[in-house]
Design a protein around this ligand. Structure first.
Ligand code: AMP
Ligand code: GLY
Length: 428
């Protein structure tokens, strides 16, 4: 089988690496890929970003299955395009991807289908939004509608911050695209608790849950500093006990899949529910993503023992029904990934620095590339999150130990990383 993975981050390196472990997969192309996918045997980068061109190429190469990593091509309709050309692709349609690409759509959807989430209201007029936050007080959460690459959410601790966020978001800014060109803000109650990432594979009817994980969104140790795309992750997330797991499936995942089907826009692909688990055991959905998380995917792929190709092949079966009763086998150890980011990340990452890696790492360590490219035979930084050093160990401490040991073999100018990935798991 010939596979195409769309994207260029650490998540896509991990997906491609795992796909290649299937005995049925001969070759995995990554478009556009990064410095890691460029150098891994069996993977090949494809410098095509235009979606029509990519579909044309996939047909000419008789690609058997395409897997989409990031949200942008999903929101741009890559799945609709590929399907219309008879290509097999795993991911949600443009309409279904609104669960992620429009906060207003996803909040309204959750309310309509009784899925637990923070109470909210949507505004297009600044005046009404300002009056609303004055009424409710701080802390309060202000979110821009549309894809904002993690920059569209302000958890305002003061009313001043909330007012500033509203003014900021109600002007359409470069990088924040509202789906229909209308700027909207969603204002919601501030939830407290511990966050967890809950991802599943679905064909629009049946659901196979993946292992649980937890991300670290802030740049600095002890959850300080600005929000980022994610500075590290580990799996499993202990906060998701078996009892909570069962309730998440019953209260969040099944109603979402059922609700999308009922609304006439069945959701197939990876579905990611970002959860807030309260100390009292309450479960709320913070957000949906229409894709896997990055960096959560890196530890997940380290732990997955089942064949990823077979899973996604089953999920895209033209007749459907192949995910029923499918169970995945996971390494019972903990996987933990530490993101190495470039100088200036997240505000203004610096590119072009040479990256050196120790030639040998432990068999339980994998260095996934994200923002790297290959230039004249060596790796250079080419983005904010450069690498994700991921390790498998007996428990969080052992995985931490291995990952941080491996980091000593990594060097590039100005590198930043957190030294406390996994800290929450140690308190359970
Ligand atoms: P989102 O893109 O909606 O997941 O928001 C990004 C991050 O903002 C989440 O991972 C949370 O850390 C935080 N956040 C979002 N919504 C809320 C909320 N209602 N209460 C508290 N924190 C939130
Ligand atoms: N790591 C969070 C995300 O991928 O959205």
């Amino acid at each position: 089988m010939k596979i195409l993975v769309v994207g260029s981050g650490g998540r896509e390196h991990a997906i491609a690496w795992k796909m290649l472990q299937s005995p049925r997969v001969q070759k995995v192309f990554v478009a556009p890929g990064n410095g890691g996918t460029a150098t891994e045997q069996g993977l090949e980068n494809l410098p095509i970003r235009d979606l029509s061109e990519l579909a044309h190429w996939a047909r000419s190469q008789q690609i058997d299955l395409t897997v989409v990593g990031p949200e942008a091509p999903l929101a741009a309709g890559i799945v609709d395009l590929f399907r219309s050309q008879g290509l097999r692709i795993f991911g949600p349609t443009q309409q279904a991807a609104q669960l992620e690409s429009s906060k207003a759509f996803s909040k309204d959807f959750m309310v309509r289908h009784g899925i637990p989430t923070a109470t909210h209201e949507t505004f297009t007029q600044a005046e009404a939004a300002h009056a609303h936050v004055d009424r409710l007080g701080a802390p309060i959460v202000v979110k821009a509608d549309g894809l904002a690459a993690g920059k569209g959410v302000v958890v305002a601790q003061t009313l001043e911050q909330a007012h500033a966020a509203i003014d900021d978001m109600l002007q359409i800014q470069p990088g924040i695209q509202a789906s229909d060109g209308v700027a909207r803000v969603v204002i919601e109650a501030c939830l407290v608790g511990e966050e967890a990432s809950f991802m599943v594979v679905t064909d629009g009817a049946d659901v196979v849950p993946l292992a649980t994980s937890q991300d670290h969104k802030r740049l600095l140790d002890h959850d300080q500093g600005p929000n980022t795309g994610g500075m590290g992750a580990y799996s499993p997330a202990k906060v998701v006990t078996p009892a909570i797991h069962a309730r998440v499936m019953r209260e969040v995942i099944y109603p979402t899949i059922e609700g999308m089907k009922k609304d006439g826009i069945p959701f197939s692909g990876f579905l990611y529910a970002g959860l807030m688990i309260g100390a009292d055991g309450s479960i709320k959905t913070l957000e949906f993503n229409a894709r896997l998380g990055d960096p959560e995917t890196q530890p997940l792929m380290m732990r997955l023992r089942s064949d990823l190709f077979e899973l996604l092949w089953a999920a895209t079966d033209p007749k459907g029904g192949k995910l029923k009763d499918l169970q995945l086998d996971w390494d019972r150890r903990t996987a933990l990934g530490v993101v190495m980011a470039s100088e200036g990340y997240p505000a203004s990452p610096v590119a072009g620095d040479v990256v050196t890696l120790a030639a040998k790492v432990s068999a339980d360590v994998k260095v996934f590339h994200a923002g790297t490219s290959l230039s004249q035979g060596h790796w250079v930084t080419a983005g904010g999150r450069v690498l994700c050093v991921t390790a498998l160990g007996e428990g969080v401490r052992a995985a931490q130990h291995l990952a941080y040991e491996a980091i000593q073999g990594v060097a590039f100018r100005g590198m930043q990383f957190r030294r406390d990935i996994g800290f929450r798991a140690l308190s359970h």
